[in-house]
Design a protein around this ligand. Sequence first.
Ligand code: SF4
Length: 408
Amino acid sequence: PLPEPPDFGASPRHATRQVAIGGVKVGGDAPVVVQSMTNTDTADVASTVKQVSELWRAGSEMVRVTVNNAESAAAVPRIVEKLTMMGIDVPLIGDFHYNGHTLLTNEPACAQALAKYRINPGNVGFGKKRDTQFAQLIEFAIQYNKPVRIGANWGSLDQSLAATLMDENAQRAEPWDAGRVLREALIRSALDSAHRAVEIGLPADRIILSAKVSGVQELIAVYRDLAARSDFALHLGLTEAGIGSKGVVASSAALAVLMQEGIGDTIRISLTPEPGQSRTQEVIVAQELLQTMGLRAFTPMVTACPGCGRTTSEFFQELAGVVQNHVRERMPEWKIKHPGAENMTLAVMGCIVNGPGESRHANIGISLPGTGEAPAAPVFVDGEKTVTLRGENIAQEFIALIDEYVET
Ligand code: SF4
């Protein structure tokens, strides 16, 4: 007898405490949430409002802004006010380093307007000041009823904790390698800070943890350990992932492995935008990662063949792009008028070899003519051939059929 097939699918979610960030829930049984971060000067209210609105329109469910000086802290309530006037209800997260305690002391309106504070335990101060300033930030979160993310980062590791763990390691009968000691320092920095915040009085269901590194294998190891040692909600992200395809591949590889194991409650894909590339690319990649893994659905996905010597032109590749862009642009309206449209599947195929078969598997598919085939493009709707398109206007006619399918 043949062996039983393996049981495919993602592992059940790692159990975490649910945290409310404005109207968005993270952790527990909530779906994995997509978030992003602006790269504008937060003090420039108009530019920041524009970019936050673009990220929100692209599907970012929370947006982080840096709050690094008095001007940016003063700008935050004005940014939130303008977004509200535009009908944009997206939780704004403030990213604090070094001087967060001072900024929140001097700008109570900023403390109130933000939906969450991000605190980096490696960057709150040094020596005794570190403990005092960390406690001040947590007390602001308690006073204003806000959640916090305690976000440790490889690039700004608490050096005194790292030195202590190095000393402890030297006493071990079988010392760990340096990489494991540094991973432990990162995890301990996040966990110890979270436990300290709870001691100060912040409820555990108002704490999210992250411990970011820039290497794929290291990130997987750190988060497996973090998940095994706590039930705080977890923010996943590969820090400094890089530019272009490298950033997309490295982030996807690391986050996919963890999410397949049920680890991760909110994700951010940190991409370095290429010249001229929109910041919204990181939101699209995050959504596509979740959707291609079958964890969430945001917008109809287009299946397209890669093309080969059998294709007569690049038209079908262009058509695949046109179709994907069209459904992405229409999705905000469909989301309201036709909920469920995000689950629709589409296929754009280059010839008869796999075209009709793949098109039949989609809700709507088109098989364009390849070399030596008649100049005709059969369209399949829910597995049945319904019409054959010909001539100059195949793209427009196919898009009209997609719109009609969603409408009806
Ligand atoms: Fe080539 Fe046809 Fe396969 Fe597309 S479907 S890759 S055109 S053989």
